[in-house]
Write a protein that binds this ligand. Structure first.
Ligand SMILES: [Zn+2]
Length: 295
């Protein structure tokens, strides 16, 4: 049997099935696909490979997945530390984005973030940012798997000026990448506090028609809950449920503020949660109750 690459590793951890560790095993790769996983001794006898890689002190695992990124923001790293989310966004990040965001900025920031992800073993990411078409192009060049967020936010940016513009660009982005096997596009309304009802209803309709997930920051801080109660008379998750956005297609990011009844309702809806411990600690947003959610 022939393989382009044959990788021998001290340990191979396939992740599925769980708790399985294979010692002194090898994987054979032909035309980008794994064609065999077998003991190293057998591989040396049975497989002639163009390239053999020996990893005598390594554990080989599948690529890691980062379920929530804003890749171009790698260029803002270190800006405005130790302040709460809304002050961080309103006084620092959003003004910096108004000043700096461009296709060139997004290309450079995405490329840097992807280099860092590859170096740490991450091969797939779920992104949300302006000019996702550029991030998608860089992902195709690097070979990383990427899910591009079709961003929607109530204020104008260099990417689009209003809801019509954001949604028009969203659908064009979806068309651009619809035939790619490694890059795709899904809806990414920024957050309940930054997107009003009318555009959210349009996202719900389009997401249902195209059967696409919705990637959104939800219940990130206690401040977000308070603001929603004042503005809408209800907590953000209740509002999203009333707007028809909760369900198996919702990817809710952060979720640090959750009551027991919300966890129960969200579990019943089949929605997903992304845990961002580092971001939540940086902005002192709170703790996602992961154990309660898993239970
Ligand atoms: Zn985020």
């Amino acid at each position: 049997m022939h393989a382009d690459n044959l990788i021998h590793a001290r340990w191979i951890i396939p992740v599925e099935p769980p708790n399985r560790v294979l010692e002194h095993h090898a994987i054979a790769i032909e035309q980008g696909r794994i064609t065999a996983l077998l003991p190293s001794r057998e591989a040396r006898e049975q497989i002639s490979a163009s390239r053999v890689i020996e990893l005598p002190g390594h554990a080989l695992i599948p690529g890691l997945i980062n379920a929530h990124t804003h890749t171009p923001m790698s260029l803002f790293r270190g800006m405005a530390d130790d302040i709460p989310l809304m002050e961080w966004l309103e006084k620092h990040i959003w003004p910096a984005e108004q000043r700096w965001i461009s296709p060139e900025f997004v290309a450079d920031g995405s490329r840097l973030a992807m280099a860092e992800m590859i170096r740490s073993g991450t091969t797939c990411f779920n992104d949300m940012y302006f000019f996702p078409d550029i991030t998608g192009k860089v992902a195709l060049e690097t070979g990383m798997r990427a899910v591009l967020g079709m961003i929607l936010i109530d204020f104008p940016s260099a990417w689009a000026s209003d809801a019509d513009g954001y949604l028009e660009r969203a659908l064009a982005l979806h068309d651009t990448f619809r035939n790619e096997s490694t890059v795709s596009a899904i809806f990414a309304p920024h957050a309940p506090y930054s997107v009003s009802d009318e555009p959210l209803l349009r996202v719900r309709t389009l997401a249902n028609e195209l059967d696409l997930p919705i990637h959104m920051h939800v219940h990130e801080t206690a401040d977000e809950i308070g603001q929603s109660r004042k503005q809408y008379g209800m907590r953000p998750l209740t509002r999203l449920r009333q707007l028809g956005l909760t369900g198996p297609n919702l990817i809710a990011v952060h979720m640090t503020q959750l009551q027991d009844d919300e966890i129960e309702a969200y579990a019943a809806s089949g929605g997903h949660v992304v845990h961002c411990p580092e971001s939540n600690l940086k902005l002192a947003s709170g703790f996602c109750p992961v154990a309660r959610l898993l239970a």
